[in-house]
Design a protein around this ligand. Structure first.
Ligand code: DON
Length: 303
């Protein structure tokens, strides 16, 4: 398979789309990004990497960080984590508060904001925020094999000043006793975690530990790799998860910065980035690009 030719073709055809979605504006520091940016990078099971477009340009990974935080939390707490967060798709927006009251402060899954806040809180119980962020960065840098990965503090500050929904979620969860630390402490760590920046080149490499292929970095056990992939498939795109599974057929995790990390188990780790989002807050061009890439490459977990 000539993956470089496939990437060029996908970049060429999807990149022409006039409707690129809308850049997220609720985090002011992210609002000014150029919606014309577009990149893809793929690491194959043989270790080779192939990229097109603005693949060396760092962007805000936002909710994609929830995958790395979950891997870290499972390593630290094991299955005890599942007493505090569920494993079901929510069918609601990433920042919804609706289910939390019915479900008594136990968020549906670790990828909606409420669930990710609980995951960060769980790891924080064993750490100071600075140590947690250091450990998370070390995990991501080791996964990517690249030390030049950092947190954008201006983005974290911007979200701290404007993140009223996340403060509401954290306080509501705390009212049910499912947040151990003070909300502003947990959210401080969560906002900084979301403000990690990576390029598509770096993100595709950071996803290699989820490929389950020989020779890739082994940061979590094979059983956990399968479970993280299962959660990415069922919950990684919020209320767009079913449509992403239908169209792409691979586990993926999106972020409001316009990035998506997609795993073709045993075959590839894929990163795409285009800042314009669809109605569910997932990259519009990014989704179209991985849909076409998966079809051309014949990658799907469904055969
Ligand atoms: O908490 C937030 O709202 C952001 N830091 C992350 C949300 C996000 O990336 C949703 N993904 N599409």
């Amino acid at each position: 398979m000539d993956i470089a030719a496939i990437l060029r073709e996908v970049h060429e055809s999807v990149g022409q789309s006039a409707d690129r979605g809308a850049v997220a504006t609720y985090i002011p520091e992210l609002a000014d990004i150029d919606p014309g940016l577009f990149a893809m990078s793929v690491v194959l099971a043989d270790g080779s990497q192939h990229s097109v477009g603005d693949a060396a340009m760092p962007f805000s990974i936002q909710s994609i960080s929830k995958v790395f935080a979950l891997a870290l939390a499972l390593g630290r707490l094991g299955d005890r984590l599942w007493f505090r967060v569920g494993r079901e798709p929510s069918g609601l927006a990433f920042n919804s508060i609706l289910q939390l009251e019915h479900e008594k402060g136990i968020p549906r899954n670790p990828f909606i904001n409420a669930g990710a806040i609980v995951v960060t809180d769980a790891v924080l119980s064993h750490h100071a925020p600075r140590e947690y962020l250091g450990e998370l960065l070390r995990f991501i840098r080791t996964a990517a094999g690249d030390d030049d990965i950092h947190i954008n503090r201006a983005v974290a500050r911007s979200e701290t000043e404007s993140g009223h929904r996340n403060f509401a979620l954290a306080h509501f969860i705390r009212a049910y006793g499912n947040l151990v630390n003070p909300p502003d402490l947990t959210l401080g760590a969560y906002f900084h975690q979301c403000a990690v920046e990576m390029s598509c080149d770096q993100l595709a490499r950071a996803g290699r530990f989820l490929m389950g292929a020989p020779g890739m970095p082994r940061l979590v056990s094979p059983g956990r790799v399968r479970r993280i992939n299962a959660l990415m498939l069922t919950c990684g795109h919020y209320d767009g998860s079913g449509d992403f599974a239908f169209r792409v057929g691979l586990p993926g995790k999106s972020g409001v910065g316009g990035g998506i990390l997609v795993i073709a188990p045993g075959r590839a780790s894929i990163a795409v980035w285009s800042p314009g989002l669809n109605a569910q807050g997932n990259s519009k061009l990014g989704t179209e690009a991985v849909e076409l890439l998966a079809r051309r490459a014949g990658w799907s977990v469904f055969g």
